[in-house]
Design a protein around this ligand. Sequence first.
Ligand SMILES: Cc1cc2nc3c(=O)[nH]c(=O)nc-3n(C[C@H](O)[C@H](O)[C@H](O)COP(=O)(O)O)c2cc1C
Length: 369
Amino acid sequence: MTGILENEFSTTEFAEMKLDNRFVLAPMTRVSADPDGCANELMADHYERYAKGGFGLLITEGTYLDKDASQGYANQPGIADVPQTEAWEPIVKRVHDAGAKIILQLMHAGAQMQYNRFTETPIGVSEQQPKGNPLGLYGDQENWYDVKPMDEHEFDQVMNAFVAAVKRAHEAGFDGVELHAANGYLLNEFLSTHFNDRKDQWGGGIEERAKFILMLVKAARSSVPDDFSIGIRLSQITITDSDYQLPEGEEGFEWLVKELKKAGVSFIHTTDNDVNRKSLKDGDRSLAQVVRDVGVPLIINGGITEDNYEELGEEYPDALMALAKKALANPDFVKRVKGNDEVKDLDFEMLQPVANIENELKWREQNAD
Ligand SMILES: Cc1cc2nc3c(=O)[nH]c(=O)nc-3n(C[C@H](O)[C@H](O)[C@H](O)COP(=O)(O)O)c2cc1C
């Protein structure tokens, strides 16, 4: 057992980074930026708490990339211009000073847009809206907006916007970016046959549906120095559809992972309800197991706790482990498990009525022990 413990808590080389340990703060939307999309002091305190709490790597909340249709939520941070970029710099510095690395998650909301201060028309891969209802946790919105299917000009615009945002993330001092291709946002919609029924070059089999993402990884890779990480987050499920499966199943997913590797991705971050859920059609491996077997640097996520991290650490000896709900409940999760201290469960009241940092802090004040 001691060997495993040393492995999880000791320094590790991962992608282009040297990390203090294998624990990662998973990306969490906190809708706490200024209304103009600038990150602020409250967010700096928030991220610094996790760095001081022992997480080796932090992945930020999904951040929008342009002043068109990428913003998804009110008070979501952006990196769409110089002021927004500069607003991230003190956060990066405070996290670095506390000894952790920090990666920016880049997110285009696509059809899942709930609020956007530049437009009321989301762009998507088709007219298809997400299943279910918008998330109250991220602001009031009763119904999904009508979606405009992207035309060729918009494919170029989105590609350029992503690449420009990657460069700005590099300028702001981040250690890398994570392209958000999970949970039903635009890049995930390209892959999903629920959304993507296009008959042109961007639709059809997995090769066509993955084309934009593979082009994006290559373009992003060549736009910044080699020591800057370009990762991607992948899921089948979305925030409102926990059953979706790629029709190409395990074989198709394995193909995608191999192509991403060829395209030069620094890491793949899988997310599912549970790290080891055998969720792929016609397969007996989880998303994480496929990535591990192909041999791409891997971040696992989904249901990791104080009770299973050792077992998972053994099963995925080279992977990082990303935690969301447990981290939110215990910003010092890493210190706690290391010291054998009590680890709490998340009380969802902390995120009510909206999942912002202000409500979290109020909850903490009321529930201080
Ligand atoms: C409040 C909240 C906000 C989230 N926001 C994001 C996000 O911005 N980007 C993302 O990829 N996942 C987001 N997620 C999903 C988490 O990163 C994670 O995949 C999920 O909670 C499962 O991991 P867990 O079992 O450790 O909580 C969010 C989750 C929560 C609870």
